[in-house]
Design a protein around this ligand. Structure first.
Ligand code: EUG
Length: 604
């Protein structure tokens, strides 16, 4: 890692993806913790830039020159420098800063910076002219799922966020907003405060650096009662792969004043085909903002035994569906609490293999949370008398689990992670969640994210499945059971040293094994890493892959030249299909070109 001073961290005033000034001290601490143990060097690279398959080198440069003329030289950058992984607050836009394969595999040939929807159209038309694959990112912080990386090596990354980062509207009466791709949760929150809209909350995920628009497109989750980001959106503006511009919902009606208040408009709701897809580039998106409910109170319960998960989840289901539990449940495995200290694993244990459970319990004895296996972080909303009714029911129900303990927040120090969850659950984005990536030097993470019904038996089955692979892999997993409303998303984050090829390939292999094993038992992922997309898409195979066939028909119709994010969510355009681009697990990555078709395949 380059030896930057932690003070070089850009703030929101300086950069669209910077850190709010009020969190700069936390960012400095996080960065220096990462730097303290970083060992991964910048490596020299060969024959740059990487050119996408199917185009001559000289023609590629000609195309780049033409685009530079259209957008301005300063808005087209060839990726010919060493791959600097940066860190969360200073993420790369040329590759995945947490690569789980050889870092050269998923890299851009160039990055372009549109300044308007017009510019995005120009880029798309250019890509069609030269048959160059393009890969849009909002802010590139899709960490654990591929970051900023394109699936097709050498694709041109369209970094939307750098210049398209305006908050176009915040409406304090309707409680809505309209944003461009480069608006982070940090930026939106700060702007709401700056305008003095104290009654408006922004629903924020565990970390606030992500794009509000991008997170919703990827079906991200937050922790106020408005936690389902996709469900809370209203209205898109989209550039299609052939360069048309479409507004969805009420946005199609000229002169409307309802774009952000009624998501459906008239006719088919096409918004869905632009989420987790490669059918269009979303340039504007509207959202509902929750009014301050008049108070909130966070709570924390600890559960002793692994098997308690069964009873706990059975208790959670009816309470959550009835919205007595009024934000997304966050049930964490206690090992993550050790990692949230920001200390590396070696500070707790120097041995090989999965972290020993006894060790975890030993350390927790000295922690304010005490010895336990699961922790439930939750929040109730409303004025005292309203929320107390809910808190009392929750307490009565949770305490039915033998050994359950309520942890009194008033005894927790102000620096405790609990207070970070309390902020996030009341719409204030934070930065604490980063700490666990430091479990290993050069820490990276990749997620296995299956969906289950909120049932004890399912939660337990997924836990046992994860635990088996955790033990065998020898890497550690951080588990988070998040109950949206009726469904449970289990998030298993596998952490690794991204400069250790053995750990990286173990992490990827264990993800592949989990995806297959989960599918055999009827579970599918809600989101996945771009290298695992083909495999996950393959598990959604009902009726002879009818869904993928439909997706492919849409793709070929909307993107006849197959230029937009080929392979995204396992959807390959006709030009690429059946030529060896799909990675389903049988093929191992190889140095440098493991994501392109193997030798002997039909070229594009
Ligand atoms: C997290 C949550 C997610 C996800 C990836 C990570 C949080 C980790 C609820 O969805 O997909 C602490």
């Amino acid at each position: 890692m380059p030896s930057d001073e932690p003070t070089s961290i850009p703030t929101l005033e300086e950069k669209h993806n910077g850190v709010p000034a009020r969190l700069l001290h936390k960012a400095k601490r996080a960065k220096s913790l990462i730097q303290d143990i970083a060992t991964k060097p910048l490596r020299p690279r060969k024959r740059l830039p990487v050119i996408p398959q199917g185009i001559e080198r000289s023609r590629f440069f000609l195309a780049i020159e033409e685009l530079s003329k259209e957008l301005g030289d300063e808005n087209v950058e060839v990726n010919d420098k060493p791959l600097d992984d940066g860190w969360y607050m200073e993420p790369p836009n040329t590759h995945d800063g947490m690569a789980v394969t050889d870092e050269e595999e998923l890299v851009a040939s160039a990055v372009v910076y549109p300044g308007s929807t017009d510019d995005v159209q120009k880029i798309v038309l250019w890509a069609n002219k030269y048959l160059i694959p393009v890969h849009p990112i909002s802010m590139g912080r899709n960490f654990g799922y591929g970051g900023a990386a394109p699936r097709v090596r050498g694709a041109v990354v369209i970094d939307l966020g750098k210049r398209m980062n305006r908050i176009l509207d915040i409406n304090p009466e309707d409680c809505t907003c309209l944003v461009e791709p480069g608006v982070s949760y940090y930026a939106l929150y700060e702007e709401v405060q700056r305008r003095g809209y104290k009654h408006l909350w922004v629903d924020v995920p565990d970390l606030g650096g992500g794009s509000v628009l991008g997170n919703a497109l990827d079906h991200g989750v937050g922790y106020t009662p408005y936690g389902d980001h996709w469900a809370m959106h209203s209205g898109l503006e989209v550039v299609t792969p052939t360069g048309e511009v479409v507004r969805t919902g009420m946005g199609a009606l000229p002169g409307n004043n309802t774009w952000q208040v009624f998501p459906y408009g008239f006719g088919p709701v096409i918004d869905g085909i632009f989420s987790q897809s490669n059918y269009g580039i979303v340039t504007k998106m509207g959202f509902g903002l929750m009014p301050d409910p008049g108070g909130h109170e966070s709570f924390l319960y600890a559960f002793e035994k692994e098997e308690d998960l069964d009873q706990l989840v059975e208790i959670v289901r009816p309470l959550r569906i009835a919205m007595i539990l009024d934000n997304a449940a966050n049930i964490r495995h206690a090992l993550q609490i050790l990692a949230l200290s920001g200390k590396p694993r070696t500070a707790f244990y120097q041995g090989e293999g999965a972290f020993p459970t006894e060790k975890m319990h030993e350390y927790l004895k000295g922690h304010p949370y005490g010895e336990c296996t699961w922790l439930y972080f939750g929040t109730c909303y409303g004025p005292k008398e309203t929320r107390q009714l809910k808190l009392d029911i929750i307490h009565r129900e949770f305490m039915k689990v033998p050994g359950a303990r309520r942890i009194d927040p008033t005894v927790l120090p102000p620096s405790d992670y609990f207070w970070s969850r309390d902020k996030i659950s009341s719409g204030e984005p934070d930065l604490e969640e980063l700490a666990w990536v430091n479990w290993w030097p050069n820490g990276g993470h990749v997620a296995f994210s299956p969906v289950a019904p909120t049932r004890g038996a399912d939660a337990l089955r997924l836990w046992h499945m994860a635990k088996k692979h955790w033990t065998v892999s020898g890497l550690d997993f951080f588990l988070d059971f998040v109950v949206g409303l009726r469904e449970l998303h289990l998030i298993v984050e596998c952490v690794y040293d991204r400069d250790d090829p053995r750990q990286r390939s173990t992490a990827l292999e264990v993800m592949r094994a989990l995806i297959d094993e989960a599918a055999e038992q009827g579970y599918g992922e809600y989101r996945t890493h771009l290298l695992l997309s083909d495999q996950v898409a393959g598990t959604y195979s009902w009726n002879n892959n009818a869904l993928m066939k439909f997706n492919e028909r849409l793709k070929d119709c909307l993107d006849p030249n197959g230029i937009l994010a080929p392979g995204r969510s396992g959807i390959w355009p006709a030009r690429y299909r059946g030529r060896g681009w799909e990675i389903t697990g049988a093929r191992k990555s190889s140095e440098g070109d493991g994501v392109a078709p193997p030798p002997g395949s039909t070229k594009l």
